[in-house]
Design a protein around this ligand. Structure first.
Ligand code: APR
Length: 259
């Protein structure tokens, strides 16, 4: 993408952003690429000889919760070494400054870190993302309704050292949507409401093939809104978008927002 503000696409995108009363932001793995977050299936994402499909399932957790927690402890450690990049930060500033909602498919927690950093001690909740697939840094109880955020180290040396529920003492599990599980219907319906109410959908770093997230830009469009895509590659959404800004999120987003 040309970062020259007079370039047609960038000027159009800026116009859409300025005119939007409410912005819906959908992100995927690409927003975290420049932070160095290991991809799920890439070489950095592999752990011992296991494939993610063997560990990220309710069956695997029932069979061997210690092993699954050990893997999540390792993934948390990898992601904790990463920092939000200028793309996360630009989105956090946008959501703190104007009516906007960040909805992410990522489980890396980096939108939350960026929101806290950019809010600099004040209320960061406006930039708190709706996490469609859960988060590595959230837990929930296997028995009761307890949910919590948790960045503590996991001790997975033994079944007895695994995290337990502060309310009922049962085993906690990662609050992640595993293979074979449905997305939380409340989170999903909140995301669809946000997409419908927005007059601009900004889609960043997603291949736009995994449902139901891939339908969300279409919901904004059907409700009369516009769509901007930020992605260095062509996706199934590129032709559908009103403007496609081709480039890495860490450069395109701060430029789009005039930072
Ligand atoms: N800036 C913006 N986009 C980028 C960048 C970057 N620096 N680098 C890569 N991308 C784009 C790629 O071109 C690709 O279109 O990010 C997209 C990443 O696509 P996927 O890896 O398929 O990630 P995502 O769309 O988030 O996957 C959705 O599928 O694997 C499951 O549950 C997992 O949440 C994930 C879901």
């Amino acid at each position: 993408m040309s970062t020259d503000p007079s370039s047609g696409d960038l000027a159009r995108a800026r116009g859409l952003l300025e005119d939007a009363a409410r912005v819906f932001i959908l992100t995927g793995a690409g927003i975290s690429a420049e932070s160095g977050v290991p991809t799920f299936r890439g070489e950095d994402g592999l752990w011992r000889s296991y494939r993610p499909e063997e560990l990220a399932t309710p069956q695997a957790f029932r069979k061997d919760p210690r092993l699954v927690w050990e893997w999540y402890a390792w993934r948390r450690g990898k992601v904790s070494d990463c920092e939000p990049n200028p793309g996360h930060r630009a989105l956090a500033r946008l959501a703190l400054a104007r009516p906007a909602r960040i909805v992410t498919q990522n489980v890396d927690g980096l939108h939350e870190v960026a929101a806290r950093d950019e809010a600099d001690g004040s209320d960061w909740s406006a930039a708190s993302p709706l996490e469609l697939h859960g988060s590595l840094f959230r837990v929930r109880c296997t028995e009761c309704a307890y949910h919590g955020r948790d960045r503590a180290d996991i001790d997975a040396t033994d079944r007895d050292t695994l995290p337990s529920c502060p309310e009922c003492a049962a085993l906690l599990r990662p609050d992640i949507v595993w293979f074979g599980e449905a997305l939380d219907p409340l989170v999903l319906s909140a995301a669809f409401d946000e997409a419908r109410e927005a007059d601009l959908c900004l889609v960043v770093g997603t291949s736009a093939v995994v449902q139901p997230a891939a339908s969300l830009p279409r919901i904004t469009r059907e409700a009369g809104g516009s769509v901007i895509e930020v992605n260095p590659q062509t996706t199934p959404l590129t032709d559908f978008a009103d403007v496609a800004l081709k480039g890495p999120a860490g450069i395109v987003l701060p430029t789009l927002m005039g930072d």
